[in-house]
Ligand binder design. Sequence first.
Ligand code: GDP
Ligand code: MG
Length: 180
Amino acid sequence: MAMRRRTLLKVIVLGDSGVGKTSLMNQYVNKRFSLQYKATIGADFVTKELQIDDRHVTLQVWDTAGQERFQSLGVSFYRGADCCVLVYDVNVGKSFESLNNWYEDFLKQANPSDHSSFPFILLGNKVDIDGGNSRVVSEKKAKDWCASKGNISYFETSAKEDYNVDAAFLCAAKSALANE
Ligand code: GDP
Ligand code: MG
């Protein structure tokens, strides 16, 4: 059998506590969702095998264990990241305002070789809630933020309804691959 090169890509997911980071990952990898507060995956990361064009890719998605609330995430969390997925809750203004901090924190901690070209993806999660009537951050505001940082891709998602979850992580994987 011919040897095929398998590419390992590390994606980290950052954002305020409660925005749905763990739920998005759980939906993506396990096709499961729970409304029970504080879903935990119980591991530092989950993996998913992908085929992108002719490449075999192992996507390693790193989750926080909730320590984003009160302490820094530690150097091993950031080390070697190939893409950073930022998440906010479209119904919680504070989670959007925190994005600058998460963005800056990532660049400081991970310190990728080229800060301006490093791939970030932004997810506006929980668009299902109240049929969108309780949202406080508009799609335009989010896209303007993305544009202000360079060219960050933006997805509106629902971990609950499995809306745009695959598309968002596929984009993260492709961006990571393109940045190799
Ligand atoms: P984390 O702290 O960022 O990891 O957030 P969690 O994944 O633990 O989610 C926090 C809470 O929000 C949980 O009760 C989830 O069930 C809920 N949640 C997460 N994503 C969604 C979503 O897309 N829609 C709705 N309605 N609830 C969500
Ligand atoms: Mg979590």
